[in-house]
Design a protein around this ligand. Structure first.
Ligand SMILES: *[C@@H]1O[C@H](CO)[C@@H](O)[C@H](O)[C@H]1NC(C)=O
Ligand SMILES: *[C@@H]1O[C@H](CO)[C@@H](O)[C@H](O)[C@H]1NC(C)=O
Ligand SMILES: *[C@@H]1O[C@H](CO)[C@@H](O)[C@H](O)[C@H]1NC(C)=O
Ligand SMILES: *[C@@H]1O[C@H](CO)[C@@H](O)[C@H](O)[C@H]1NC(C)=O
Ligand SMILES: *[C@@H]1O[C@H](CO)[C@@H](O)[C@H](O)[C@H]1NC(C)=O
Length: 481
């Protein structure tokens, strides 16, 4: 059945002219891991990110770009254009030995792009499951892959939980110890740009490790922030600048190869800054793990070919599920009609109103409260219905102080479980209107229930000892589910 279906797709593409055309842009989707709203120069002048700022300032800055509260769900949305609550990945991140991946019948962005004639490459963090080879990048539409399968690891040893997680396509990379991942990932991207077959456009998915914990950076970057008193925050700021340098080498390679003018770049964080690891989302409320704005409204922009109106801020809603249809529209294609994303390509490039008027922040019925359970945005209004996630305050960067005591980060609003905000009037979520506007609560809850009809249970099983790297020569390895 399946092979007949994919043959039909191939034939269709041949007949409809699915091969590359000269006007198709090269596309790069850069994801920064755990980068906060207040962690980039174009939001915070004390951050040193000249390369990122130059792209953002001469592109389109997204003012209301939303993602999920944590990594695996956001990446599910980036790759499929479908809400994670339909993929079972809505609850939390995929842990190393959990026999879980994004369901294999979901089409990934590079699979669509290959049918449009693109060469496709993924470099960096995967975190969409790897227990079966079919879950891994080169089996899900990428021609090449360099990176690691899990959510985090040491930036130099490329180990997590004591075991190596570093791959070149499907091969284990054992000889990159000591090489900081941001620079290696940039080098891989530069190699692809330098060696690409000019008769085809390329797509590079570039989800950097930076700036997720552990807090590690070459000293010269840390030294660029002598006024930041807190050592952790100083190193974190250095990590952001190292990421910026890595992005600078990619844009330089595009210029040297004379393809910069035919390349479209999207940049986004995967969730808000991780507060306890020195990320910062000031002045937004909360951070990573929460459905507050600080966890879900992220630093994001687009730059490059096809964008007619530049140097402005796109104020409309953009959601993580919109990357698939937006990128496909720019590439001259279309996704399956059943996905949740809407193409924002015309709106972004011309500066028109957004095609999106509402979205789901998350829907999760799983009992154990780790991340935000349920929230929806419709027009001006946002309803948070149930546990919002770990941190519910407003936090300044720890730049001029010692570490904030951990207890300050604890969720302390258990007494309230329903919040309603008018985010147009109150973008910082200071005034809960739930008691004042019960009818609006009712309407938004009813809308949320409509979405809930399509929810599948969170797939969050216990870790399986079969996945332990001790069975695979000390390397995190697929093939046990
Ligand atoms: C994948 O398969 C499941 C189970 O058959 C089905 O419910 C779901 O709609 C499918 N999803 C996609 C995106 O094809
Ligand atoms: C690491 O190993 C690969 C594959 O054998 C090889 O191509 C590469 O040159 C090696 N790199 C270093 C720094 O030794
Ligand atoms: C610390 O952060 C605050 C708020 O973002 C900013 O006003 C201040 O300049 C920063 N100080 C340093 C030393 O970066
Ligand atoms: C960005 O959004 C905020 C609300 O959070 C709003 O106050 C501000 O005017 C917007 N900026 C632009 C340039 O649209
Ligand atoms: C939300 O606030 C804005 C700005 O004050 C106002 O124009 C709008 O009517 C409010 N929306 C609702 C639904 O109350």
């Amino acid at each position: 059945m399946e092979s007949t279906a994919s043959l039909a797709v191939v034939l269709l593409c041949v007949f409809v002219g699915g091969s590359a055309s000269a006007s198709q842009p090269n596309i790069i989707l850069i994801v920064a891991d755990d980068l906060g709203w207040n962690d980039v120069g174009f939001h915070n002048p004390s951050m040193i990110t000249p390369n990122i700022d130059a792209l953002a300032d001469s592109g389109v800055i997204f003012n209301h770009s939303y993602v999920q509260p944590v990594c695996s769900p956001s990446r599910t949305a980036f790759m499929t254009g479908i809400y994670p609550f339909k993929a079972g990945t809505q609850h939390y991140v995929i842990e190393g030995s959990q026999p879980v991946c994004v369901p294999l019948n979901f089409t990934f962005l590079p699979q669509y792009l290959k049918h449009l004639g693109y060469s496709t490459h993924a470099i960096g963090k995967w975190h969409l499951g790897f227990c079966n080879w079919n879950c891994t990048p080169t089996y899900r539409g990428f021609d090449s892959y360099f990176g690691y399968y899990q959510g985090s690891e040491d930036y130099y040893t490329h180990k997590t939980g004591g075991y190596l997680d570093y791959r070149d396509n499907t091969d284990v990379v054992r000889n990159a110890t000591g090489e900081y991942s941001a620079f290696r990932f940039a080098k891989e991207a530069v190699d692809i740009i330098n060696n690409h077959d000019k008769s085809k456009p390329f797509f590079i998915y570039l989800p950097f490790q930076s700036v997720h914990a552990p807090i590690e950076v070459p000293k010269q970057y840390e030294d660029m922030y002598p006024n930041v008193v807190n050592i952790g925050r100083r190193k974190f700021c250095g990590m952001v600048t190292a990421l910026d340098d890595a992005i600078g080498s990619v844009t330089r390679a595009l210029q040297e190869q004379k393809v910069f003018d035919n390349t479209l770049i999207f940049f986004t964080a995967d969730n808000g800054g991780e507060l306890v690891a020195y990320g910062n989302n000031w002045p937004l409320r909360g951070g990573k793990h929460t459905v507050w704005e600080g966890g879900t409204r992220v630093t994001s922009f687009a730059h490059g070919v096809g964008i007619r109106r530049t140097g402005y801020t796109y104020d409309g809603f953009f959601h993580a599920v919109d990357y698939v249809p937006t990128i496909l529209a720019a590439a001259g294609g279309k996704p399956d009609a059943s996905i949740d994303g809407v193409s924002q390509w015309e709106s972004i490039r011309m500066g028109l109103p957004s095609q999106r008027t509402e979205f789901i922040y998350n829907l999760d019925d799983f009992f154990y409260p780790v991340t935000g359970r349920a929230a929806i945005r419709v027009g001006d209004m946002k309803l948070v219905d149930g546990y919002p996630g770990l941190y519910d305050n407003w936090y300044l960067p720890m730049n001029e102080t010692q570490d904030t005591p951990l207890e300050d980060f604890i969720y302390n609003a258990e007494h309230e479980l329903v919040w309603l905000f008018n985010l147009t009037a109150d973008p910082l979520e200071k005034q809960n209107l739930a008691n004042q506007m019960p009818d609006v609560v009712k309407t938004l809850r009813a809308r949320m229930l409509e979405y809930k009809k399509q929810m599948v249970p969170a797939n969050f099983p216990p870790e399986d000892p079969k996945g332990n790297p001790s069975h695979f020569g000390g390397v995190w390895t697929p093939g046990w589910c």
